[in-house]
Design a protein around this ligand. Structure first.
Ligand SMILES: [Zn+2]
Length: 155
């Protein structure tokens, strides 16, 4: 395994040049990005900033920060998208995506029944015309950053 084989590590190597959608928020341990190829606006992935392929290999410090990130990002998604709740899922099985990544998916009120629960993954690898565009993902990233930074809300 080299960095060239791992999408997350390639992005990490370009950290200072990443667009908003690839680095919505970060700390020393974790980076949050908008998912690729999804039809769901605000589908996030939370990635450790070093190459780790199993949750049991995370350090205690990474583990501690992980819980806070999952909740803080879920709150930002709720405020930015109006989702009822978020799904939090970790598999890391796709080719080139063995690097641990926690999916944090806004579960919208109108999500069709067949896509609730595990069926939401049908909305991850979508045809080009259904995908959230890079521009839309960047806009969502900026909206989430504003929520994370406690922007006063217009009522
Ligand atoms: Zn990696």
């Amino acid at each position: 395994m080299t960095i060239a084989d791992c999408y997350a590590c390639r992005k990490e190597a370009e950290f200072d040049e990443l667009p908003p959608r690839e680095c919505i928020a970060f700390d020393r341990h974790w980076r949050a990005a908008h998912a690729l190829g999804t039809a769901v606006h605000g589908w996030l992935v939370l990635l450790p900033r070093r190459h780790v392929t199993a949750v049991h290999d995370l350090t205690d410090a990474e583990a501690g920060a992980l819980g806070v990130w999952q909740v803080v990002l879920s709150r930002a998604l709720r405020r930015a998208t109006g989702c009822l709740k978020t799904y939090v899922v970790q598999f890391a099985e796709a080719e080139g995506f063995a690097h641990v990544h926690f999916h944090i998916v806004p579960r919208m009120p109108d999500l069709p029944a067949e896509h609730r629960g595990p069926g939401v993954f049908d909305l991850l690898r979508r045809p080009e015309q259904e995908r959230v565009t890079a521009q839309e993902a960047d806009r969502m990233a900026l909206a989430l950053r504003a929520e994370l930074h406690g922007k006063p809300r217009a009522r």
